[in-house]
Design a protein around this ligand. Structure first.
Ligand code: ATP
Length: 924
């Protein structure tokens, strides 16, 4: 076989390419050949970025200003012959780097695993059969089918194409889709102009095509020019950036303070060495070293919790944004409804037919309302209506152990099932009247058409099915009972459609016409002057979990809007069943549903108001979705928008959270999305929002917990220097406190379960600072408690004649005790731990128990005494330490209680002054 790295495929005629690759353009490769080639070429996946190895990644952990300071401090301490202190500081730097490395690897691995769950599929022809396979299994020579929405799975030489357009921005950076054609190119042409090639990782935005794989994996163009996106970059979000900036600022402030401490101390005649150690103590104490790692790990935990609830995060910032979402715009079919269709009513040539039976089982009866059953079904209009349903159809029904299932589109499945009930058999019809050509269904056009041989004695016949408005605009004529054609009574059909749609039925229209015998291909222009055959109305009940999820969202101050391609009346009926706010059964109150047509002429300015008020948008086009997202954002909303089609990509990108459907969504939509739902279910969006709020809560709790310690330690050192007494806590002791408590206490907050009221509060304003005035107040309060507790205990111990070592040990224990007790306070920002359930987070119990053991060792174990300059203490001291802890709990508990009281009084006052709904965005 020709070498596959040869880059001449575009200059070689298609037949020759297929021959060189020993394939067959109609049958594809056969099984044995595929196995051999898979062994030879390996899986079709891009090689992972070679990236830095574990050692370099570990060394990068030291590349932090804080660690530089610690390292310098360690070196100077070593030069001063303080070997124990120097080794402790070195040890801490090492432990910090190890923790950082492990956390980062864990977070990156979690994201990598998620990336793998969203692998693409490819449609191939193998041994003459069409099937879907994971794109990793493709080999050179495979024949691949492309359709709009697909991601091209490997480099292909096109064999056939039909209006094929591909977005090659992944490869060339050019975002305007390029037209592709299976033509022969003679000359050497640059990559961007090779119109007969489709390259891996590019996206099909329109049309269909068939191509033979000429290169896979690293041999593809994209494999050559780029490597897999670095996951390390993905670990950044606006919040992590904000925190990094905050940390840098803090660092400068602290270094200045440390310098001032040194200068003030020395100028007051204290020893330089001691003042240097005090400055180091201040720096290491006041810098919140655990913060960046805690943020990353909390976000990563959020990502995996969301994945467990069927929402795969593709872009990490989404985890944060989800917590602030104020509007969710959702598709109807399949997301809010179960997507299990059953045709209940048929209306053709003035006859009303009803069906019995449920699901996709093609058995059941068709009731014709007192008329002769056989005669009605034999009527040409009814027959064409049913036959168009089964033949203008790309799906199949299969009988599995758990019942009849659809392979393909549920709407089409329902049409096959009902035709079966009327005695029509798809494969028999296909044998009698084979299909010659297809215009596939695209939401943009809202119809599908097929060309058949030999239908009802006609050599060529066109069948079209689709949305009622679209088809009616193409039908001047209708078929009568006897099979003649006459003018179509459009008003009558509309009345019928409205009546069916008002019951929540999804209504499709069916039409067709004979074509000249020489026709072998159809185009959009051919679907005109059609004869109307009839309507079929199918039920698609709302998902019960969606009803509950909508209620939960609405209680959480999140508005839910339905944006559907379906008919306005159907959408309205389903919206009422779903309990959507802003939709009333009472017609008097109802502007309720707007269609894309209604809004075509509205200005963007007017749309801003309409988007805010209207809850249901029907016959929506992708352009309308995009306009709606923009209008809602202009109103200050944070918008989550679902989508599945190719043309939804711009709206998904524009939305704050683009949500793609994992099952029915196209690759294009998934690429554009921030989050993919593995079950296409609205309830999973709600779950993700809930988790997003939880992540933010836990992050805030960690910050509120960690900052008082840093502040408290800083204040203690500053106070000692300014008062001119011995340091109540030494640098190594500060390091001990910070490292052990961050890991054993603080990180446990990331596992805190979500609070009960998480979905009854209004969404978080993303512009609002993480720390509100209340929380800053609490941080300062606890820092002061630490200052008074630690400094007071130290001075008390000295006053009682204890050595400085003992006094410091007491001060260290006070710090840890306050942190332990305050940790329980931080489990909720507003409630007490008894309201939460004392044991509802076992990790906290485990962390605290370990911390207590470590503190006893720190105080009483001789080896620890040597390393950390600590000393055993007596019961009189332990009592004081416990009492300080208790006082902390009472003080913070009282502060929480007071704030709650003040808040409820203020909101009662507000409520009496205005009657604004709680989901208003206005923070007042
Ligand atoms: P949603 O946007 O909520 O998922 P939808 O499924 O109705 O709703 P589309 O898939 O865009 O949205 O379909 C729009 C309309 O096109 C449908 O209401 C229906 O009338 C028609 N339609 C849907 N599926 C097909 C199909 N396979 N063949 C022909 N027409 C279809």
């Amino acid at each position: 076989m020709e070498t596959l790295n040869e880059r001449l495929w575009h200059r070689t005629p298609a037949d020759e390419v297929v021959e060189l690759l020993k394939s067959d353009s109609n049958r594809g490769l056969d099984r044995f050949e595929i196995e051999a080639r898979q062994r030879e070429y390996g899986p079709n996946s891009l090689p992972a970025r070679s990236g830095p190895g574990p050692l370099v990644r570990f060394l990068i952990q030291f590349h932090q200003p804080l660690l530089y300071i610690l390292l310098i401090a360690a070196v100077i301490t070593a030069l001063l012959d303080e070997w124990v202190d120097a080794s402790v500081i070195f040890g801490v730097v090492l432990v910090n780097a190890i923790i950082g490395y492990l956390q980062e690897s864990k977070a990156a691995k979690a994201l990598e695993a998620l990336a793998r769950t969203t692998l693409t599929e490819a449609r191939v022809i193998r041994s003459g059969e069409t099937r879907n396979i994971p794109s990793t299994e493709l080999v050179p020579g495979d024949v691949v089918l492309l359709q709009s929405g697909d991601k091209v799975p490997a480099d292909l030489r096109l064999l056939r194409s039909r209006d094929l357009q591909v977005d090659e921005s992944a490869l060339t950076g050019e975002s305007v889709p390029v037209e592709k054609k299976a033509i022969d190119l003679q000359l050497e042409t640059p990559l961007a102009e090779r119109r007969n090639m489709a390259y891996a990782s590019t996206l099909v935005t329109y049309g269909q095509g068939r191509g033979v794989v000429v290169a896979t994996a690293g041999n593809t163009e994209v494999g050559r020019i780029s490597e897999l996106i670095s996951l390390a970059d993905v670990l950044e979000t606006p919040l992590t950036r904000k925190i990094a900036k905050f940390s840098r600022l803090l660092l400068v402030v602290i270094l200045l303070l440390a310098a001032v401490t040194f200068i003030v101390g020395v100028s007051r005649g204290q020893a330089k060495f001691e003042m240097f150690m005090a400055a180091v103590a201040l720096a290491v104490g006041a810098i919140p070293e655990g913060l960046p790692a805690a943020v990353t790990i909390t976000l990563a935990i959020g990502v995996s919790r969301m994945a467990r609830r069927r929402a795969i995060i593709r872009k990490l910032p989404a985890v944060e944004t989800l917590g602030s979402t104020t509007v969710v715009c959702s598709d109807k079919t399949g997301t809010l409804t179960v997507n299990q269709m059953t045709v209940l009513e048929i209306w053709s040539a003035g006859q009303q037919l009803r069906t019995s039976g449920s699901g996709y089982e093609p058995d059941g009866r068709i009731e014709v309302g007192g008329e002769d059953h056989a005669e009605v079904l034999a009527s040409p209009a009814v027959r064409h209506c049913l036959q168009a349903g089964i033949q203008c159809n790309d799906s199949q029904l299969i009988n599995t152990e758990s019942g009849w299932k659809v392979q393909g589109d549920p709407t089409e499945g329902a049409l096959i099932a009902v035709a079966g009930k009327a005695g029509l058999d798809g494969s028999q019809l296909e044998a009698e009247s084979p299909r010659l050509d297809t215009i596939p269904f695209e939401s943009q056009h809202q119809y599908m058409a097929t060309l058949h041989e030999n239908v009802a004695g006609q050599p060529r016949h066109l069948y079209v099915k689709g949305a009622v408005e679209v088809l009616l605009s193409k039908c001047p004529l209708a078929m009568t009972r006897s099979g003649e054609t006459g003018p179509l009574d459009v008003a009558l059909v509309h009345r019928q459609v409205e009546a069916m749609a008002a019951k929540g039925l999804r209504v499709l229209a069916f039409a067709g016409k004979p074509l000249p015998p020489t026709t072998n291909e159809i185009r959009h222009e051919d679907t005109c002057d059609l004869v109307f055959y009839g309507l079929q109305g199918m039920i698609d009940p709302p998902r019960s979990e969606a009803i509950a999820a909508i209620k939960a969202c609405q209680t959480a101050g999140i508005r839910v809007k339905m944006i559907t391609g379906d008919h306005a009346k159907t959408a309205q009926a389903i919206a009422i069943q779903l309990g959507l706010d802003g939709v009333h059964q009472d017609n008097e109150q109802a502007p309720i549903v707007k269609t894309a047509n209604d809004l075509a002429k509205t200005s963007d300015q007017q749309l801003i108001e309409i988007a805010d008020q209207v809850a249901v948008f029907a016959r929506a086009t992708p352009e309308l979705k995009l306009r709606l997202v923009r209008a809602l954002q202009a109103n200050g909303h944070i918008v989550a928008m679902t989508g599945d089609g190719v043309n939804d990509a711009p709206a998904l990108k524009q939305a704050d959270i683009g949500v793609a459907m994992g099952i029915t969504g196209t690759e294009v939509a998934k690429e554009a999305a921030d989050m993919v739902l593995t079950d296409d279910n609205f309830a999973s969006i709600k779950a993700a929002v809930e988790e997003g709020r939880g992540v933010f809560d836990n992050l805030t709790k960690f910050i509120v917990w960690t900052l008082p310690t840093n502040m408290g330690e800083g204040l203690v050192i500053l106070a000692a220097i300014f008062v001119g007494v011995a340091l109540p806590i030494l640098p190594v002791q500060i390091l001990w406190v910070n490292m052990t408590t961050a890991v054993l206490l603080g990180l446990m907050l990331a596992f805190e379960p979500k609070e009960d009221d998480i979905m009854t509060r209004a969404p978080r304003d993303p512009q609002a600072p993480i720390l509100t005035g209340d929380l800053i107040g609490r941080i300062v309060l606890v820092a002061l408690v630490m200052l008074v507790g630690a400094f007071g205990s130290f001075e008390w111990a000295i006053g009682r004649g204890y050595s400085e070592t003992v006094a410091r040990t007491i001060a260290v224990n006070v710090f840890v005790m306050v942190e332990v007790i305050y940790l329980f306070n931080c489990r909720s920002l507003t409630k007490s731990m008894f309201e939460l359930g004392v044991m509802s987070n076992r990790w906290i119990g485990l962390g605290v128990a370990t911390m207590v053991v470590l503190q006893i060792a720190f105080t009483h174990l001789p080896v620890m005494n040597r390393i950390f300059h600590s000393a055993p203490i007596g019961w009189d001291a332990w009592w004081r330490i416990l009492l300080t802890g208790l006082a902390t709990y009472m003080i913070v508990g009282f502060e929480k209680w007071l704030r709650r009281k003040l808040r409820s009084r203020a909101s009662a006052k507000n409520a009496s002054m205005s009657e604004r709904p709680m989901n208003t965005l206005d923070p007042s």
